[in-house]
Design a protein around this ligand. Structure first.
Ligand SMILES: Nc1ncnc2c1ncn2[C@@H]1O[C@H](COP(=O)(O)OP(=O)(O)OP(=O)(O)O)[C@@H](O)[C@H]1O
Ligand SMILES: [Mg+2]
Length: 414
């Protein structure tokens, strides 16, 4: 590899996971280029701009603009690959990579993964089990669909992430109010134009899993299954995960098969995928597909548990290099997220030292500091800290992470 060989990362998430493609590309010896629309979004603590060799501001909502930005940032260097770890950019990066002749997911599959309505249509056509659903563009149509599907139902946007705007609605009034809230803006959380309307879905009752997989060399491989913990309704905030799943093999196998069927249904044919599912009384059902490695702390849990550095292997694939996904060890890890019990100003977080003393292999990272505005969580954006524990089994890792979380006392003043 020449020192001029370049790897491009487009947008990212504001977390350790969001930095992982930069760390990976650097470890592989690439010159790294970060392309973002609003660099101010990434200012503050150590961010992508500190890890990238070159930072470019460009309209990342537009594939042609992204292609032009990448070409001009590359200059005489060779661009070996390009990727994104945020859902908001998956479809634009797929299209730009195709235009630049770089490895990546087909733009069609990326679009179907990115848009929850398109995912539902493709999966329903292929017979993949999922909720009944309807896409509605008027308040009255939303209520009619909800009446038909039954209450409670889930009302959600087609193209957000991080559980933003996903809500359990118990009545026609709830549906009306949430439909109005979702359709009040024409742009999503990242400022992209969004389809104005709402998905009305049957509420899948059960517990949640995700299946992490990678397609390489024409073969789709499950890296593992993740057990998830969610917060209280009407929201769906992810409060923790553990890996590997503690469920019986019959359940994880069924989840893996459904995830693969869903990915086949949208035509997914390259790289990592994070598929969310519910295990219900009538079997495993699809929640959604993300055509990228899993966010939150999931890739970290996989690294701690198996030694497989998924972000590194995914960057390798996007650079046209072979991936090595063989596990190196057989441990387990769990995460628990810190959230504020109330909305107001964070006064103090007590007990972080106690949390660290629960066991050797516990990390406690706080993202908010005294004086920050915090709120009772409505989406994953409201997480203010992360605990990760490593154990010899998932049961042990979960007990340690819960014990550590139990040491914290979050003091919020109105
Ligand atoms: N039809 C449904 N039935 C039951 N729960 C649902 C349904 N749709 C969504 N949820 C819950 O809401 C969560 C967020 O929904 P979804 O995954 O569709 O949105 P998202 O914003 O893309 O999520 P994220 O980016 O956090 O994975 C899901 O993980 C699930 O817990
Ligand atoms: Mg999701």
């Amino acid at each position: 590899m020449s020192p001029q060989d370049t790897f491009v990362v487009v947008e990212t998430q504001l977390s350790r996971f969001g930095l992982s493609p930069f760390v990976a590309a650097r470890a592989l010896g690439f010159r790294t280029v970060f392309v973002a629309r609003d660099l101010g979004r990434y200012a503050g603590a150590t961010g992508p701009a500190d890890l990238a060799d070159h930072v470019v501001q460009a309209d990342t909502h537009d594939a042609a603009a992204l292609v032009a930005a990448v070409r001009s940032a590359a200059g005489t260097a060779t661009v070996r690959g390009m990727c994104t770890f945020t859902d908001y950019s998956v479809h634009v990066v797929a299209e730009a990579a195709r235009k630049l002749g770089l490895p990546g997911l087909s733009p069609e599959a990326a679009h179907r993964a990115r848009n929850k309505l398109e995912t539902r249509r493709a999966c329903t056509n292929a017979g993949v089990p999922g909720p009944r659903f309807a896409w509605t563009v008027t308040e009255q149509a939303a209520v009619t669909a909800a009446d038909d599907i039954g209450y409670p139902c889930v009302v959600k946007p087609a193209t957000e992430a991080g559980s933003i705007g996903v809500r359990l609605c118990r009545s026609a009034d709830d549906v009306r109010a949430h439909f109005r809230a979702l359709t009040a803006h024409e742009r999503d959380f990242r400022g992209q134009a969004k389809p104005v309307g709402a998905l009305i879905e049957e509420y899948l009752i059960g517990y949640e899993l995700s299946v992490e997989s990678v397609l390489t060399g024409g073969r789709r491989r499950t890296i593992g299954v993740v057990d998830k913990v969610l917060g209280g309704h009407p929201h769906f905030v992810e409060l923790g995960e553990s890996f590997p799943s503690m469920l019986p093999e019959a359940v994880t196998r069924a989840a893996s098969e459904t995830a693969h069927a869903a990915l086949d249904a949208i035509g997914h044919e390259f790289g990592a995928a994070h598929v969310e599912l519910k295990v219900t009384a009538t079997g495993v059902k699809l929640v959604e597909i993300n055509a990228r490695p899993a966010g939150a702390e999931i890739t970290r849990l996989i690294l701690e548990a198996t030694g497989t550095d998924l972000p590194l292997q995914v960057v390798r694939l996007h650079a046209g290099l072979p991936a090595d996904l063989a596990p190196l060890r057989n441990k387990a890890a769990a995460s628990r997220y810190v959230t504020a019990g109330a909305t107001g100003t964070l006064h103090a977080v007590h007990g972080t030292e106690l949390a660290r003393r629960v066991a050797d292999r516990i990390d406690v990272d706080l993202e908010a500091e005294a004086g920050d505005e915090v709120r009772s969580p409505t989406s994953n954006m409201d997480v203010i800290g992360r605990i990760v524990a490593v154990g010899d089994s998932a049961a042990e890792a979960v007990r340690l992470a819960d014990a550590a979380l139990g040491q914290l006392q979050i003091e919020v003043r109105p």
